[in-house]
Design a protein around this ligand. Structure first.
Ligand code: HEM
Length: 504
């Protein structure tokens, strides 16, 4: 059997000379020939080869991902390294030495499909495990937190990181206007503008679930979990200047680095850990476990290793296997449940919704997405059915051919209450606490605090005055000296630019 995700038609051998045909399989004498009336007359509509060729070309583009459009990835194997059967019954994680194939895709977030790999941006780290009990997707980032905790802000936030609707330019005023008026973002902003915001390569960064998930047992008990993938290559970053230079010289640097390393058989790997809290511990925990802007400090909730994640095979066709890959946090397997984190809950809807738009209703049938053992004859027809459409199987729960329905875990949470329309609430002083902790961590490595100030100043100097002022106040809430340093360096750039302009 070919490995999951491997499209049949993409393989070829150099020593073969296949017969070239039209799309309906008729041999063609000359691929450059076309039919016309006489030596200089108009073309003929009956020339199927020409029309078919042009018409197919006209439809080559599908919508790029609305976020995370630029990316690269590969296949690999996950291996269980430690027994964690005391906290989970997820099939893929049971049994030391058990291996599961997967496909992964790394990405930047805000840029278009042709944008530079080294942009200052979080990185996506999406994985699809082909398990015996269905595909389990980990749709993670390289930061343990995110900009927001109120999901309705996601489209608004993303708009400010993309292009101005009038100028079609990236816009520093929009960018900082949003962040300085939504200061729950500050922890993620501290990550983004440190050198961690410009990783050296996809191989040299970590991955984090960010969200809290639930690992449930058949008896209905569960633990809250957060997953970390730590790079075995070591963390490595670019400075702002190195990243900018690389964006000009080789905008596809991360894509190339990953592909070449795997071709050289230097297989990158990550060690996988889990943090767990019981529901009772979560109740008493200092941080709200459904607040995506906060980490679970490792001194309070230690990392427990359980697996090794290794990339070992490049794709054979980028479009088929990467562009058509459809990851979703809602692709879960028995033993995993979403937590009540509202951002996670929104994502459960958003991804399959965008896949139906981007790839079509039968996106799960595309080879890279198709599970090892899917059987759902109640989902029929629709555009581009390629799996035989379940043949003569009944399309309803028929007594003629009964199906097996597997038991699920007992009820694991009880919810009751009124419908309320609530935000997480005002940003409070404790929302700056973990940001301040990160500022101190940066201080442990020589030059990192200075780089942070420099990276912010270069970007913020492009914003309007009142937005700059509000942003200085925001950084002062993290640390007074930080606020002052950013004010001084940013205003120096602004006034330097003004002086320069007055001399022109
Ligand atoms: C309400 C919040 C969010 C919404 C509505 C949202 C929505 C989306 C959408 C629509 C896509 C494009 C998917 C596609 O076309 O296949 C996407 C991609 C992605 N998102 Fe999110 N997102 C949110 C937050 C997050 C967070 C918090 C993370 C990480 C923890 C994340 C990680 C990713 C990754 C890794 C991808 C790229 C997947 C790939 O490589 O195909 N997103 N997101």
């Amino acid at each position: 059997m070919s490995p999951p995700g491997k499209p049949r038609a993409s393989t070829y051998r150099y020593d073969e000379k296949p017969v070239y045909t039209t799309s309906n399989g008729a041999p063609v004498k000359n691929p450059s020939a076309w039919q016309r009336v006489g030596p200089s007359g108009p073309l003929l509509l009956q020339d199927f080869h020409l029309i078919d060729q042009l018409a197919h070309f006209d439809r080559e583009r599908i919508p790029e991902r609305v976020v995370h459009a630029k990316g690269a990835g590969a296949y690999g194997e996950f291996e269980v390294t430690h027994d964690i059967s005391d906290i989970t019954t997820i099939d893929m994680l049971l049994g030391v030495g058990k291996k599961t194939p997967f496909v992964t895709r790394f990405s930047t977030v805000g840029g278009e499909k042709g944008s530079a790999d080294t942009a200052r941006d979080p990185r996506g780290f999406a994985i699809k495990f082909y398990t015996q009990e269905g595909n389990w997707d980990w749709v993670f980032n390289n930061t343990p937190i995110f900009f927001l905790r109120d999901p309705v802000n996601f489209p608004l936030f993303i708009h400010t990181q993309k292009r101005n609707p009038q100028t079609n330019l990236k816009d520093a005023t929009m960018f900082w206007d949003y962040l300085s008026t939504h200061q729950e973002s500050i922890h993620q902003v501290m990550h983004l503008f440190s050198d961690r915001g410009t990783p050296y390569s996809y191989r040299h960064m970590n991955g984090y679930s960010g969200h809290t998930y639930k690992w449930i047992k058949p008896d209905g008990s569960f633990v809250y979990t957060q997953i970390h993938l730590k790079t075995d290559q070591g963390n490595k970053t670019f400075t702002n200047e190195q990243a900018t230079k690389m964006a000009a010289e080789n905008p596809d640097w991360n894509t190339q680095d990953l592909f070449d390393a795997i071709q050289r058989r230097e297989f990158p790997s990550w060690t996988v850990y889990v943090q767990t809290l019981t529901p009772a511990e979560a109740e008493k925990f200092k941080w709200n476990v459904f607040d995506l802007t906060k980490v679970w400090p490792q001194k309070d909730v230690p990392l427990r290793p359980f697996g090794k994640f290794t990339l070992n095979r490049n794709v054979e066709n980028y479009f088929a296997e990467m562009e058509q890959a459809a990851f979703s946090p809602s692709h879960m397997v028995p033993g995993v449940e979403p937590s009540a984190d509202p951002v996670l809950q929104s994502r459960l809807f958003s991804y399959p919704d965008t896949h139906r738009h981007r790839l079509g209703v039968n996106y799960q049938q595309i080879p890279v997405n198709s599970p090892l053992n899917a059987f759902n004859p109640f989902q029929r027809d629709g555009a581009m059915v390629v799996n035989g459409n379940y043949g003569a199987n009944p399309n309803y729960p028929s007594t003629a051919r009964p199906l097996t329905y597997k038991p699920e875990a007992k009820g694991h949470e009880a919810w009751a209450g009124e419908v309320v329309s609530e935000l997480f609430g005002e940003v409070k002083p404790e929302d700056y606490e973990q940001a301040n902790g990160l500022w101190k961590v940066l201080g442990r490595t020589k030059g990192q605090q200075a780089n942070f100030v420099h990276n912010v100043a270069g970007h913020l100097s492009g914003a309007r005055q009142e937005v700059r002022r509000r942003t200085y106040e925001m950084f002062s809430r993290v640390d007074k000296d930080l606020g002052q340093a950013i004010t001084t360096e940013t205003e120096k750039i602004v006034h330097g630019n003004a002086e320069l302009a007055s001399k022109l």
